[in-house]
Design a protein around this ligand. Sequence first.
Ligand code: BES
Ligand code: MN
Ligand code: ZN
Length: 488
Amino acid sequence: MDFRTQVIAPGATSRFGADALLLVIAGQAVPAGLDEPLADAVREAVAQGDLTLKPGKVAYLRQVQGVKAPRVIVAVSADTTARALKVAAAAGLGVVKGLGARHLGVMLAGYGELQDAHAEAVASAASEAVYVYRTTKPSAPAAPKLDKLTLLASAKTDAAALGAGLARAAAVAEGVTLARELANRPGNHCTPTLLAAEARKMARAQGLKVEVMERKQLEKLGMGAFLAVSQGSDEPPRFIVMQYQGAGKSDAPVVLVGKGITFDSGGISLKPGAEMDEMKFDMGGAASVIGTMRAVAQLKPRVNVVGVVAACENLPSGRAIKPGDVVTSLSGQTIEILNTDAEGRLILCDALAYVERFKPAVVVDVATLTGACVIALGAVRSGMFTTDDDLAGELSAAGEAALDPCWRMPLDDEYDEGLKSNFADMANVAGRQGGAITAAMFLKRFTGKLRWAHLDIAGTAWKSGAAKGATGRPVGLLTHFVLSRAAR
Ligand code: BES
Ligand code: MN
Ligand code: ZN
């Protein structure tokens, strides 16, 4: 989608030519300074009971007297924050996308001086609204025609800041859309091989370096834990490394590591049947790393970034790992696999050991790692784990700025207790209690001296129910994080 801003004289919004105008009103009253024809129309709609000035409410007005745009959509937001704006804009866009409008003007009333975060909120709401998954459903309704959005701003606002917000949103939107598309594809389409091919395609198009390692190389390296998970499947594993260079060659990179289980049946510790289809989304971490690399490549910040994805399937078979099996990880530490369904940590531990060679400034892994994290935080915030307070602060701030929030969870040494094993250096599961934390404690054993954080996105990477589908999170958080690292 093409995003622009246009400075508009006071009272001229009504004369703006577009297929539709989305008017977002902050607060519970018709804001002063709104164009008379628009203010009149809103007052009339309220008087007629077509609109209530309450957060989340939307009204569709046709052929408003004195307004050039043939359709006006009014949406009400709770306050002037970017967060409330995105909610209101999304509600308004729910109507807009059914109208066949190509060019949408957006006017924010009652917001005072607009900031880059406002521009970003509107643009990301728009791009999220128009995405339609069609790859395996050609009969799906055509994607909305909306392909241009102009944010109307008064002369007082910092147009450059709004432009920067829109540019950021445009890049994040491309990354989010790519991540959603990859994660939505079913397991028989989105195999490790396809994931690697898509990563390669993206990297080539964006001028990134990319390397894909296959089983033989992984065996040579000694990735015994990753290979153990993949051995139950006929689909070969793939280990993907994407590199963006925005700073000097010797500058320590930000390293992102994604869990790429293209289908998680649980393996011999088979999952129950209900909702098992959703385990095609178990490569959401990988999808978000690939999407973030795409966004970063477009924004070209002065920082080096390495994106790593470990991709395989977790299936039961005559060759699959069994409870009690002991494997040797790339780090040399041995692991007793007590539950084959705790496979994400097994592939990530080898990826974390592998990325040490990049001498990273910081490593963030992203994984749909535990059902326990869904219980703890639901679908609103991703779980964030690190012992590094500064890094925790940076990730929290990035999440808030991107409207893709996370919440810090604890990592006290006592949580490590349950991972003890009589037959290996550690077991791959502890008890049921604190499952998201013990999973993170397992990963921590493979991070050595790295500055490291782990994001558990099991609750945020996709939606269940009628709106089942990938969200593209946390591409926004990660992109903001990378940008903030470049600005230092
Ligand atoms: N991919 C799942 C985690 C998951 C489950 C994400 C449900 C979203 C919804 C992961 O591989 C897994 O199976 N984890 C187990 C760990 C357990 C065996 C210690 C879990 O959470 O049940
Ligand atoms: Mn599992
Ligand atoms: Zn899994």
